[in-house]
Design a protein around this ligand. Sequence first.
Ligand code: 5RP
Length: 234
Amino acid sequence: MSAEQDPVKLMKQEVGRAAAARVQSGTIVGLGTGSTTAYAIEFLGDRIKKGELKDIKGIPTSFQASVLAKQYGIPLTTLDEVDRIDIAIDGADEVDPQHNLIKGGGAAHTREKIVDALAEQFIVVVDSSKIVDRLGSTFPVPVEVIPLAMTPVMRAIEKLGGKPELRMGVKKAGPVITDQGNMVIDVKFDSIDNPGELEKTLNNIPGVLENGLFVGVTDLVLVGEVVDGKPVIR
Ligand code: 5RP
């Protein structure tokens, strides 16, 4: 099957397009990380090229997002140069019924949380496989850790009932290193009863930079589904 016919890919494209269509001229846009957001970045670039979107500036949430933004002709800025972010578009690894999220599948959750939480409107773009009844049911909680604190942080997380695992890169040749030069541990919890409490508790462990629980920051979730082989957004 060619990439163009792959329904999951088509659906990610459509959800990215739907999010990009909500961006208005003259705005500051948070640019998320991941395969779904990559399409939103591409479609923003298309709209700029067509002259339909003028005077926007992007704030990337990762090195990957900044490379894509440059590739698609989106001018970039930084948090030092702006006093607001109007809209942010980002993916997620899990979305619960309250629209709380687990993010960080791409190890970018620290910058993503800074940018997404500052945005006036934060739009999440996902496919329907990311919708869960309870956070943590399919995906562990990513935690970015300053390397020298790795062992004490792992012990502290075990005391909280979590099962931490250092995230390894492709071919398991070494750990994944974040854009900040840190490492990520993925933590499996038997049950996350109070995501907001857990988010704070994890961030309170000395050596933890940020975790991938995003509680109370989402404004809108665009969900892509494949129905009868065709992409549908709801
Ligand atoms: C990166 C993220 C991504 O947004 C998340 O992993 C979803 O990615 P994709 O759209 O490729 O499924 O949080 O840190």
